[in-house]
Design a protein around this ligand. Structure first.
Ligand SMILES: [Zn+2]
Ligand SMILES: [Zn+2]
Length: 346
């Protein structure tokens, strides 16, 4: 198996439409996503599957649209993205219960914006995940632009942040990467990028502007999925392929702002056989970690939360001596560009 035996699909996850608090309808969102060159989008309105009920799931040209929803608890906290369900669960459930129910229903469950913190804008409170004892979630949003932007706001930089929203963004927080690395020690937990796009206008005194319109967000945080077979044109099969790639952690995240990361490769090679993030490989027969990047970048290899190797360039090879969960971070001008899922070496 070689790198070319995989098929890469690039999409945006965590999208709100007018079915909840987004400002564009699904029909209006579709051409914007297509023009941005996305292969798939995952829509997740708050507590509703109306888009699914209206039959909006499907292919629109080459764009695949899948519809889940964003669950919250009775206090509007503990947001959880649920995909692959046919019905909305009871709003009475606790986070521990809805995590379990999504798993039981064969769905995909992703903890949304897990570590939100903010100092300013009291009328937009933060919604961190607090129910870490919930069992059975598939993954966490390790990068959410909205959370990062809100956290970075101060009274001094607010105008600059509003005028250059994407330029001010750096990377997932060290806090969430630490949580993710720790969770991944016990079992595979997929890390995804969530755009959490609403396109709503933001007001600060006399200023009113849309900080993160759909068009801009579709050119920012993207989740690249690696599939063994080309994406089927049959909706049921394609849906299963996308959700299974997410559950299996066959994914990496990029910020398109710093370059198109299509073709970025990170894997483990032994005797011509290549394992990718999400897969388990044995160190018993030697082998090397291989990374290839379409752009020169600062490439950082992390194992168990610790930096083990770092270089600048288009590629590197590294012979790991220790078993562990390895992932790759790529930075361009100190801005986070690519974050892969863990390659599990035993
Ligand atoms: Zn949310
Ligand atoms: Zn949301």
């Amino acid at each position: 198996m070689s790198a070319t035996d995989w098929h890469e699909y690039v999409g945006a996850i965590h999208i709100h439409s007018t079915h909840s608090d987004g400002t564009k309808s699904i029909d209006e969102i579709l051409p914007i996503a297509s023009q941005a060159g996305l292969d798939y989008i995952l829509v997740s309105d708050h507590m509703t599957l109306k888009g699914l009920e209206e039959g909006k799931e499907g292919f629109y040209g080459d764009l695949l649209v899948l519809i889940g929803y964003e669950i919250h608890d009775l206090n509007h906290h503990n947001h959880y993205l649920a995909f692959g369900l046919k019905e909305v669960l009871s709003p009475e459930l606790s986070p521990q219960e809805y995590v379990k129910e999504v798993e039981k229903g064969g769905g995909v469950g992703i903890i949304a914006h897990p570590d939100e913190v903010r100092q300013l804008l009291r009328k937009f409170p933060c919604y961190p995940w607090t129910a870490w004892d919930a069992l059975g979630f598939n993954g966490i949003e390790i990068w959410n632009h909205m959370s990062e932007w809100m956290e970075g706001l101060t009274r001094i930089n607010i105008l600059k942040m509003a005028i250059h929203p994407r330029r001010m963004l750096r990377s997932p927080t060290a806090r969430i990467l630490k949580i993710w690395d720790q969770l991944s020690e016990k079992r595979p937990v997929v890390g995804l990028g969530g755009i959490d796009v609403h396109g709503y206008p933001f007001k600060w005194g006399p200023f009113k502007l849309t900080i993160f319109p759909y068009k801009v967000q579709f050119r920012a945080i993207r989740t690249h999925l690696l599939l063994r077979d080309p994406l089927s044109k049959n909706l049921a099969k394609a849906r299963q392929q996308i959700y299974s790639a997410i559950k299996s952690c066959n994914a990496f995240i990029s910020n398109y702002r710093w370059g198109d990361a299509r073709g970025f490769f990170f894997g483990f090679e032994v005797k011509g056989r290549i394992s990718l993030p999400g897969e388990v490989a044995s160190l018993g027969q030697g082998g090397k970690i291989v990374c290839q990047s379409p752009r020169r970048a600062n490439l950082r290899l992390v194992c168990g939360g610790n930096l083990v190797f770092e270089t600048f360039g288009n590629s590197f090879e590294y012979s790991p001596k220790e078993a562990g969960n390895y992932r790759l971070e790529a930075y361009i001008s100190r801005k986070g560009w690519v974050f892969t899922n863990h390659l599990r070496l035993s």
